[in-house]
Design a protein around this ligand. Structure first.
Ligand SMILES: C[S@@+](CC[C@H](N)C(=O)[O-])C[C@H]1O[C@@H](n2cnc3c(N)ncnc32)[C@H](O)[C@@H]1O
Length: 214
């Protein structure tokens, strides 16, 4: 059965052109900069959580990345990206699933990237489920890039309530197995010309699970 959450996002992507939604960015420079900051190579596996129709995947393909997965609850969002990419879509693994029920392969990813998705998880149970997927999917010494709305950001996105974050709050969500390496504030200008404040955080997972014990 289709969940209300999935219906919401499928409706968004079927009723609005992808370049008109508030989160659209033609140039995903903040993501590319943080991915570059990890120092990892183009063969290291990256997952874009809630990637939807984002242009990030196009830019990573342009840069030669070859091990990319895009997960999104909205099949319609993924379809927009796939159509835009054409034959290049075949170089990407696409997963249409709610991240809070996803069971990723153990230690599958070197980089977990999430722009404007985690902040929709306003219920603690959903955040715990997200964290469980993240713990399972991110390998030791892997990187986590989280970019939700900052404390000064909007209270809603796409008509839904969001939870806004500081770097300390994100650190508390991830727990001691993840170390904050970098934090940046960024103001996104929506296609309608409004400003939205984001907090960008780069975390690194500890090298061994034993080191993750508090
Ligand atoms: C604000 S958009 C951001 C899209 C993309 N990350 C970007 O920066 O352009 C939020 C995205 O998260 C997806 N999404 C929302 N809740 C989700 C969930 N529980 N699991 C997976 N994807 C989700 C939506 O379908 C949508 O594509």
């Amino acid at each position: 059965m289709t969940s209300p959450r999935r219906s919401h996002w499928d409706d968004v992507y079927t009723t609005k052109p992808a370049d008109t939604v508030s989160w659209f960015q033609d140039d995903p420079t903040p993501s590319l900069d943080m991915i570059a900051q990890t120092g990892l190579g183009t063969g290291d596996p990256i997952v874009d959580i809630g990637g939807g129709a984002s242009m990030l995947i196009d830019r990573l393909l342009d840069a030669g990345h070859s091990a990319m997965t895009v997960l999104d609850i909205a099949l319609a969002g993924l379809a927009v990206a796939q159509q835009r990419l054409g034959a290049r879509a075949g170089r990407v693994t696409w997963i249409a699933q709610d991240v809070t029920v996803w069971q990723p392969p153990q230690d599958a990813f070197s980089i977990w990237h999430d722009r404007a998705v985690f902040h929709f998880l306003v219920d603690e149970a959903d955040r715990l489920a997200y964290r469980s997927a993240l713990d399972q999917g991110v390998r030791a010494s892997g990187f986590v890039i989280l970019a939700p709305f900052a404390l000064s950001g909007p209270e809603r996105c796409s008509g839904l309530p969001v939870r806004r974050y500081s770097a300390d709050m994100l650190q508390a969500e991830l727990g001691p197995a993840y170390h904050l390496i970098e934090q940046q504030r960024q103001t996104h200008m929506t296609p309608a010309g409004n400003h939205q404040n984001f907090i960008w955080c780069l975390f690194r997972k500890t090298p061994t699970s034993a080191a993750a014990e508090p």
